[in-house]
Design a protein around this ligand. Sequence first.
Ligand SMILES: Nc1nc2c(c(=O)[nH]1)N[C@H]1C(S)=C(S)[C@@H](COP(=O)(O)O)O[C@H]1N2
Ligand SMILES: [Mo]
Length: 188
Amino acid sequence: MIEEKHRIPPNQRVTSKFPVLHVGPIPKFDSEKWDFRVKGLVKTPVRLTYEEVLNLPKTVSVSDFHCVTGWSKLDNKWEGVVFQTVFELVKPLKNAKYVMVEAEGDYTTSLPLAELLDNDALLAYRLNGKLLEPRHGGPLRLVVPKKYAYKSAKWVRKLRFTAKQELGYWEKRGYSNTADPWKEQRYA
Ligand SMILES: Nc1nc2c(c(=O)[nH]1)N[C@H]1C(S)=C(S)[C@@H](COP(=O)(O)O)O[C@H]1N2
Ligand SMILES: [Mo]
């Protein structure tokens, strides 16, 4: 176990609570109608039902969560699908370099493909031994531990592979597109 002070990025405070932070309402989830789509610059676009997502190979990953507003929540045990699995499923074309993550409502965020292939990036549906609660992004959220948490989109419905990076919801509103908490990249 790494000593706690080396786990906290500059100017972050550890919280024992898990704050709930998002814009807009918590979406209603109907497992019959819900789907998860992966499209864009890929050889085989897919549309998966909730059950099909749960049947993909599952990974458990414990990581820390750093919100740009200054709180950090340590040791979250996420369970879900590593991004690599989705990557292999859709077979991205050579010119695919970024992924636009589209959530319910109009929340979006984007990441370089190379960073999502880091094996700690997860599409999570369980947290700390329980199904992921709607307020924390259930049924499915992205978890990108190496970035400020606005890159960890809740209620993900679609991944779109692109050649150029498009800006997401907060990135369009002045937040850093690279969002590295260790380098304190908070604002653009
Ligand atoms: N769909 C969606 N995802 C989102 C957000 C949001 O507003 N909408 N906010 C982000 C921000 S800024 C943070 S800090 C985390 C908060 O996650 P939590 O509510 O599970 O703590 O969700 C991120 N993902
Ligand atoms: Mo945040």
